[in-house]
Design a binder for this molecule. Sequence first.
Ligand SMILES: [Zn+2]
Length: 521
Amino acid sequence: MRHLPLILGLLTCACQPTPFDVVIVGGNVLDGSGSPAQRLDVGIRGDRIAQMGTGLDTVGAGRVIDATGLMVAPGFVDLHTHLDPLHRLPDAESHVRQGVTTALGGPDGGGPWPLGEYLDETARLGVGLNVAMLTGHNTIRRTVMGLDNRDPTAEELERMQEMVAQAMDEGAFGLSTGLKYLPGTFSDVDEVVALSRTAARRGGIYTSHLREEGLGLLEGVSEAMEIGARAGIPVVLTHHKVVGQPSWGASSRTLAMVDSARAAGTDVMIDQYPYTASYTGIGILVPGWALAGGTDSLLTRMQHPALADSILGGIAFNIVNDRGGNDLHRVQFALVEWDRSLEGRTLGDWANRLGMPLTAKTGATLVVEAIRRGGASCVFHAMQEEDVRAIMLHPFTAIASDGRLVQPGEGHPHPRWYGTFPRVLGHYVRDEAVLKLPEAVRKMTSLPARRMGLVDRGELRVGWFADLTLFDPARVRDKATFTEPHQYPDGIPLVLVNGTLTVDRGEFRPVRAGVVLRKSP
Ligand SMILES: [Zn+2]
């Protein structure tokens, strides 16, 4: 008798299929491939898509979701995420509410070391979305060489290669550089090629925050392509943009360069966030040479009149021609720990408050003063809408946030931290008709997933992981603005991570259904 329940169970299995854990009925499925939407139901068992079709059986299902009027898409895959706060904000709500179910961290040459321990700790904590990491050139170079402005010795280069190899063996998806930042800015192309070869041999990709995004943009793009060609590694020109008025329009050149590199066999693609302003430390306005050795060295150099003249002249040049946008009101303070009242205000507002004239020279003085007081993160309004649209339209441009995990009330972030994906779907697809919806979703799903080498995410297919984002095409929109950034988007009522409802009818659920992804060699 004690075997009866088991026997009954077997009989049940033989007579009818196991019910779905979740069935999504009546929605318009965009599978992520770029194909048009189809009216299909999606049946999920456990963490996988079990069946797709019409009239799926809902009997006995754990949950039936009526998706009438909604688009059913793969969860979005973000190729550029600043995951630094992940252990403090493991639910990653600001990302998941945008529909992101997989995030690639460690961009711009940053990221944790050692990676294996970090990934183990992340897995122990549990996370709200799937997490993958790049290993960072700046992290590695700083560990081996400090902030020295010189080439590595043969031993140092070998040590850096070993570190890249170790990170790859521990699960990194590739190498990132931030050649505009310290200490990557002191490296030459041969160094990055050598490290990229190590990553390439283990199946990694290379993502580049270019050495320059303004006047030196074209040289920066060709350097990334040279690295791709010589190291034989797939390349991402990350957060691709054209900064500074003299360079506006240059996207026609950079996109042509991408096309010709691809035609010549280098596997180059792009990611982009959909805004005309960037966000980074105020030190980006300072010439790289002046920052060698770090902030203290910069301040020491400022004590020598001739050097101070060159430094201030260099900053003023960048205010006019590069990220300063040729207007002190285009540099907006975001995070200022030494004076919260400046957050949201501009360099021009600060000059006004101090009774200083609104000149580039004033701006340069204030930039150094801000660094002296401890630095600041700023929003730089120095891009042109036409370049943003041209880059977005390129078939090899993915949408990626460059956002940092955040929660309401923390500092004054760039709105892309909350709004990147819904902004493309609402503003650029529905309101401005720049992109068609299936193409926009492809840029958020299969295109970035393939670049990462994921073989079971990024499209809706039977047997693949059940990462899904359901959105209302008539309502989806970003709400975060440059003045009021802490706002979750509208029109994304349901997000499933590995089959688990993480956003349910607009309510966020801290269920931590994500997994840590490790690149298998
Ligand atoms: Zn960057």
